[in-house]
Design a protein around this ligand. Structure first.
Ligand SMILES: [Zn+2]
Length: 220
């Protein structure tokens, strides 16, 4: 069977129409980018920026190096969300910097960042603690202190590297001044404020690792 030129043309035109129709149909099937599908991406970006802010605030490692005693070191591990059991089971939201010399009041604790004193005083779990709100709205929480360097009050301006107090073993007791329930260490917590949560705990371990290169030297 032989087809005339006109038949060929008709066939080609038909195919073109069909392809065109398919393309239009496919275009219609595309899911439009709705605000709902875009929202998680926006939230993720916002969270990324908040994390970035932490890096901007970091200045000094919280425990200065001793110029007097090479035994006066601290050690810490990535204990993020390890189980803690005081007053019920929960995950550890922080990093514990353990004192090699297990002596309360021996190691100085300095502020990691510039900021303002937000919280001060006794907490059942945290003992003598101080909370510093940094310029970029990050909350640095220093717990279990033996004592404070001075009589801080909420609103006091703090410079990075400023002496806050001394490492201790206070806490784990309703009674103010409870001590000796665990080895001497500094519990460091870092919290950011997100759109959803007033306090989101982040793992301080990697920030501390980064700060190892920025240690002050103190005579102790
Ligand atoms: Zn801890």
């Amino acid at each position: 069977m032989r087809l005339s030129i006109a038949s060929y043309l008709l066939l080609i035109i038909s195919v073109c129409f069909f392809v065109q129709f398919e393309l239009v149909w496919l275009e219609e099937q595309k899911i439009p980018v709705s605000e709902e599908t875009d929202e998680p991406a926006r939230q993720a970006r916002a969270l990324y920026e908040l994390y970035e802010n932490i890096w901007k605030d970091l200045v000094y490692f919280p425990i200065p190096e001793s110029t007097e005693n090479e035994e006066a070191t601290v050690s810490y591990e990535n204990s993020w969300l390890f189980e803690r059991t005081y007053g019920g089971s929960y995950g550890h939201e922080g990093t514990d910097l353990m004192a090699n010399i297990n002596k309360s009041g021996y190691y100085p604790v300095v502020s990691i960042s510039d900021g303002v004193v937000e919280k001060i005083g006794w907490l059942e779990k945290g003992g003598w603690r101080i909370g510093i709100r940094s310029i970029h709205n990050v909350y640095f929480y220093y717990a279990h202190l033996d004592s404070y360097a001075e009589e801080f009050e909420p609103g006091d301006v703090i410079k990075a590297g400023q002496l806050l107090g001394y490492m201790g073993d206070t806490g784990y007791g309703k009674e103010e001044g409870t001590r000796g329930k665990f080895d001497v260490h500094l519990h460091l917590g870092i919290y950011i404020r997100t759109e959803q949560l007033p306090e989101l705990a982040v793992n301080p371990y990697w920030f501390l690792r980064y700060l190892e290169q920025n240690k002050l030297s103190y005579s102790y």
